[in-house]
Design a binder for this molecule. Structure first.
Ligand code: ATP
Ligand code: MG
Length: 741
């Protein structure tokens, strides 16, 4: 295939300058409508000029779909052919909607509505509810799982946590596919769907759940769309009013539209066809919620007169990254794969993807953090680096490793720990128990602090053994388990500490996390990275079981996992690192295998014809180079047992083994750390984590060598803070400020 000509005009994005840099350097908006078109290649320009009638853009990652539609709207507005208030641009995440509004403003088309389906529907629902139904819109339920549990109990069906999560997912699926409870069993049978329980039982629970919502005057997330659809269907006067306001519709990431969202879009449109959709079937990653790329792929059948544009020039990534992305897709199967377009990079060559195999997870996280730090040292801004993983629960070990490396980070898609709902609820429960003191019957026979915390948190869903499976229930349990561990550490660190002391400690930590941080490295799940881009991307944890995830069983589910990896790969502009670990913990059995999706792509994994040729990419074995951690098992220095938990390895003793910590020293170190963090404008964990401080207070190092043998004290931190810490350990107050060392 001939490479299309490079566009004559290269714009600032071509060179990978970030939008943020651009907006500060060149804040002025294009002077004319025609100037808006200057930044587009011929096909993108075709999209921008097709301002009426149905338009469909089918194109791969990084080809400028989002750019084409924002320029299209801006061109239409600037040329006077579109009224800003008559355009509704819809995307799938709040972040994407926000970004689109920002880009439109930069192009001189502020005032255009760019929203998610949900926020657009919610706004219309709030506005028209009094007229259509009367009174105020019922409260929006944030999580449905408790209500589903209540519904199941009313139906006398016992569900374990895992089943509860699955049944909740099933109700969500039924709602977005507009399946009412009575029809659910028949639809499941017709679709050959693998229901998690007897469909008749699920149908009953689903009906009861709907009943309970009505009784309690709440609506859920899906109801926002369902009710808007219902009102638009039944009330022609209201539908007309909305249609007279919005004349033009633009949908980004259209491959992930659900039947319910499509229904809403149809109702917004009425019998008009001013609809422009853009998408990439190879990036369909929300099928599990009922989304389907069929609407995108069948667009021309539905709208025979549609302008269909294909884009193949990839402006985002280097030929090396694009080669891997194409290789991944060449192994894909299914309908989406039949429509794949080979991407052609427009960028100059860059480094090949790096594949790294690590012995265990903590080493993988440390190795990744070290590379991140090296990139920052080499001039890549922290905000231009991302670490992407399959599930949010993987974030913790990376949070810890980046904190140890002194690299600020931000979590995307998942809230920070202390902002998570279960953590806030747990905090409230602990505060209540602390206030009640010994009078709380829960605490009667639990005298030590960790036991008290376990007792309180067990009312919030904590159990001594984790729930089976993953998902929301597991995430919640993990958060509560982290609080229990924190309480145990705290009690060991401060003997005699009370529940009130712990609550004060939690407040302090929450405040530290909220401290304004400098722009940091992004930690995000692959799902939440959709549509985004960074100069450097680390795809971590690429083992069988994680990628594809264990619960992807059918061929279609496995294909969706492959597309998810494709989404990950195509987020990188320049640097791409793919890594996996052979065992979970140090010294553990190397039983894991790298992801099947990398077969034939990573060096040394067997050739799949032409895919592996091209020779891009290098393979490395990621030893914990430069670290003092011994290879092989780490032993507890108190009892000699093999340590497997990251926290225990940091302390170099079992968390249960007695601590010989100098408590006064620990307090002095904490005070010093708080001062440092304030002066540096960084969260305390970026100076040293609690575990590292504890290890210092236990070992009381007298020399730089001793200090640097403690996990979490790397060369950089030794250089920066070593003198202070040694002075404090020697009995001083470590008076030197951060700039003096
Ligand atoms: P995804 O499928 O990941 O959503 P996309 O197709 O929406 O990707 P964009 O995000 O619009 O792609 O563009 C990718 C990058 O390429 C952006 O940095 C964008 O500014 C740049 N780009 C797109 N088109 C051009 C062009 N004609 N000239 C220069 N840069 C471009
Ligand atoms: Mg996009």
């Amino acid at each position: 295939m001939d490479k299309p000509p490079r566009p004559a005009r290269r714009t600032w994005q071509h060179w990978g300058v970030t939008a943020a840099t651009h907006s500060t350097l060149f804040p002025q908006v294009p002077e004319t409508a025609d100037a808006v078109l200057d930044g587009l290649d011929p096909e993108q320009r075709e999209v921008a000029l097709a301002l009426t009638g149905p338009v469909c853009v089918l194109a791969g990652a990084g080809t400028g779909k989002t750019r084409a539609i924002t320029h299209r709207i801006a061109y239409g507005v600037r040329s006077g052919r579109l009224q800003p208030a008559s355009v509704l641009a819809v995307t799938f995440t709040n972040r994407a909607a926000g970004e689109m509004r920002g880009r439109l403003r930069q192009l001189g088309a502020g005032g255009v509505q760019a929203r998610t389906f949900h926020s657009a529907a919610l706004r219309q629902l709030q506005f028209f509810w009094p007229k259509a139904v009367g009174g105020d819109l019922p409260r929006l339920l944030e999580r449905k799982i408790q209500l589903v549990a209540d519904a199941a109990a009313r139906c006398r069906v016992r569900l374990d946590r895992n089943e509860l999560r699955d049944v909740t997912g099933e109700i969500e699926w039924a709602k977005v596919t507009q399946t009412v409870p009575a029809d659910y069993p028949a639809i499941v049978a017709k679709a050959h769907r693998d229901a998690p329980r007897d469909p008749a039982e699920i149908s009953q629970i689903y009906a009861m759940y709907e009943q309970l919502k009505r009784d309690r005057s709440v609506i859920d997330f899906e109801d926002v769309l369902l009710l808007t659809v219902g009102i638009l269907q039944d009330r022609h006067d209201i539908a007309d009013q909305i249609r007279s306001q919005y004349q033009h519709f633009v949908v980004d990431e259209y491959q992930d539209v659900s039947p319910l969202q499509q229904r809403l879009l149809d109702l917004w449109l009425g019998d008009r066809d001013n609809l422009c959709v853009v998408g990439d079937a190879s990036q369909t990653i929300y099928s599990f919620t009922g989304a389907t790329p069929d609407h995108l792929l069948n667009f021309r059948t539905r709208h025979p007169g549609a302008t269909v544009v294909k884009l193949v020039r990839d402006y985002r990534s280097t030929p090396q990254v694009v080669h891997l992305a194409n290789g991944l897709l060449s192994q894909a199967r299914g309908r989406a794969a039949e429509h794949r377009l080979e991407l052609i990079s427009q960028r100059d060559p860059g480094p090949g993807p790096v594949y790294t195999e690590y012995a265990d997870e903590p080493t993988e996280a440390e190795g990744t953090a070290r590379r991140v730090r090296d990139l920052i040292a080499a001039g890549v801004p922290a905000g231009e680096i991302a670490v992407l993983y399959r599930i949010n629960a993987q974030s913790e070990v990376y949070e810890q490793a980046l904190a140890d490396a002194g690299v600020p980070y931000q979590l995307r898609g998942a809230e920070r720990f202390f902002e998570r709902q279960e953590v806030r609820e747990a905090g409230i429960a602990l505060r209540g128990a602390a206030r009640a003191g010994g009078n709380d019957s829960l605490l009667d026979d639990a005298e030590d602090l960790p036991a008290q915390v376990r007792a309180v948190l067990s009312t919030k869903g904590w159990t001594s053994q984790p729930p089976a499976g993953s998902g929301a229930v597991r995430d919640r349990w993990e958060s509560l388990a982290a609080l229990v561990r924190l309480a145990e550490d705290f009690a060991r660190a401060r003997s005699g500490a009370t529940l009130s002391d712990l609550v004060a400690e939690l407040d302090e930590r929450a405040a530290a996390q909220h401290a304004p941080t400098v722009q940091g490295v992004t930690l995000a799940s692959l799902h939440s990275a959709k549509g985004l881009e960074w100069d450097a991307v680390f795809l971590v944890g690429l083992t069988e079981g994680m990628m594809p995830i264990t619960y992807a069983k059918t061929d279609e589910q496995v294909e969706e996992e492959r597309r998810l990896l494709y989404v990950g790969v195509t987020r990188a502009r320049l640097h791409l690192t793919l890594s996996w670990a052979l065992s979970r913990s140090p010294g553990g059995r190397a039983s894991r295998r790298p992801s099947r999706f990398l077969k034939g792509l990573r060096p040394g994994s067997g050739s799949l014809g032409t895919i592996a040729s091209g020779g891009s990419g290098s393979f490395e074995r990621g030893a914990a180079a430069g670290r003092r951690r011994p290879r092989g098992p780490v032993l507890c220095r108190v009892c000699g047992a093999t340590l497997t938990e990251a926290g225990a390895m940091k302390l170099m003793r079992c968390e249960d083994c007695p601590s010989d910590m100098d408590e006064a020293l620990y307090e002095r170190l904490r005070d010093w750390r708080a001062d440092q963090a304030r002066e540096l404008g960084q969260p305390a964990y970026c100076v040293f984590t609690d575990k590292t401080l504890m290890a210092i207070a236990e070992r009381v190092p007298a020399t730089g060598g001793e200090l640097s043998s403690i996990s979490g004290v790397g060369a950089r931190k030794l250089d920066r803070f070593g003198a202070d810490v040694l002075a404090i350990c020697a009995g001083g107050d470590g008076g030197a400020g951060p700039d003096d060392s």
